[in-house]
Write a protein that binds this ligand. Structure first.
Ligand SMILES: NC(=O)c1ccc[n+]([C@@H]2O[C@H](COP(=O)([O-])OP(=O)(O)OC[C@H]3O[C@@H](n4cnc5c(N)ncnc54)[C@H](OP(=O)(O)O)[C@@H]3O)[C@@H](O)[C@H]2O)c1
Length: 339
């Protein structure tokens, strides 16, 4: 059992912790928080050992009656790997700490691609990240794009892709971000950073994928509208490519899965913890091929699609399983994913 420390027990950290606990080859040796809030209490109730992410804050926990085991520095040397799930920008500073303590670490998508040795997606860069020390699991949007591009690439040659990303304004627990009543070009410049981010995982697509992004007042999911020029394909071939690719599947608007709201209802009906949909749903009706150009729309559950990727990333960096598809299968089975 490899020992994993989760630094930052928020939206991503708590999900990654729970997913690790479902696996047979890894365990969580501790989680960190900066504040003694309800999440800190719940972490302990779930059986996780809680540590203060910042040593000076230990007294805050003691004063609020939450028993912690110490600070991150009391546990970091026991860890085989740290999964850093701190807010975007904090992971960069933490990287220096991980290097000082000579412990492997995974950063998340809020950090820049060039801080680390390489950028991870289970389908595309498992082998490249194998045995490496410092890796970034790419963002929710980049993960969603990597999966659909893998599916298309498995049945035809991709010449160029254009993607419009319609991004959720905030996560459901976030009361500070917006917009509340607006549509915001974000970034207002085109192309957005999402295309180059895909290039950090799939270098051969550098310059071939152009993205623009807008933010809308919703919290449930992101949505992507893709236009992909290929050397030649059919609608049936694209559907087959999606069917063969792990963690992506088609949904039918005709059957009632006609919006992000009903897709989240579907995840609830599946009995998913926190209504997570780790897989990417692609609207079957949206898939079309016109003059060798593929059109389709997909949704991304921003809080959960990166979670199984973090599990595979641990296996790759710690050289636990040498075949990405084997790791994907192990993770999917343990988490009860759809395929
Ligand atoms: N949410 C998403 O949709 C999403 C999707 C994909 C990737 N990501 C990326 O995942 C990372 C984490 O995002 P998130 O949404 O999980 O953030 P989050 O919900 O704000 O959680 C961040 C956690 O880090 C803790 N923290 C804050 N400052 C810290 C510090 N200095 N040291 C250690 N822990 C600290 C916070 O603890 P306290 O509450 O105790 O302060 C909180 O538990 C970011 O890079 C983000 O870009 C997010």
């Amino acid at each position: 059992m490899v020992k994993v420390l989760i630094n930052g027990y928020g939206s991503i950290g708590k999900r990654v912790a729970d997913a690790i606990e479902m696996q047979k080859d890894m365990e969580v040796i501790g989680v960190t928080k900066t504040r003694p809030n309800f999440e800190a209490k719940m972490a302990i109730e779930k059986g996780y050992k809680l540590y203060a992410a910042i040593p000076e804050r230990k007294s805050l926990f003691e004063e609020s009656g939450i028993e912690i085991e110490g600070s991150i520095f009391d546990v970091i040397e026991e860890a085989d790997i740290v999964v850093d799930c701190t807010p975007g920008g904090v992971g960069k500073d933490n990287l220096e700490v991980y290097k000082k303590y000579n412990v492997k670490a995974i950063l998340q998508g809020g950090e820049k691609a060039h801080y680390v040795e390489d950028n991870f997606n289970s389908l595309w860069s498992y082998d490249r990240c194998y045995g490496k020390d410092y890796i970034r699991t790419v963002s929710c949007n980049t993960t969603g794009l990597c999966r659909i591009l893998y599916a298309i690439n498995s049945v035809t040659e991709i010449l160029k892709a254009r993607v419009v990303l319609i991004r959720r304004g905030a996560d459901p627990n976030d009361i500070k971000k917006g917009p509340i009543n607006a549509i915001v070009p974000n970034p207002p410049t085109v192309p957005s950073h999402h295309g180059p981010d895909v290039g950090s995982v799939i270098p051969e697509f550098n310059g071939k994928i152009v993205t623009s992004a807008i933010i809308v007042p919703t919290t449930l999911m992101h949505m992507h509208s893709l236009m992909v020029e290929t050397s030649g394909t059919t609608r049936e071939a694209i559907i087959e490519g999606i069917e063969k690719t792990p963690r992506i599947f088609t949904v039918s608007a005709e059957e009632g899965l006609n919006s992000t709201a009903t897709i989240i209802e579907y995840a609830r009906d599946l009995g998913r913890n926190r209504y997570d949909l780790n897989e990417i749903p692609v609207w079957e009706e949206s898939i079309n091929v016109v003059d060798n150009e593929v059109f389709l729309m997909q949704a991304v559950h921003q809080e959960s699609d990166v979670v199984p990727e973090n599990i595979d990333c641990i296996r790759s960096m710690l050289q636990l399983v040498d075949d990405n598809m084997k790791s994907i299968e192990m993770t999917n089975k343990a988490m009860g994913l759809l395929k």
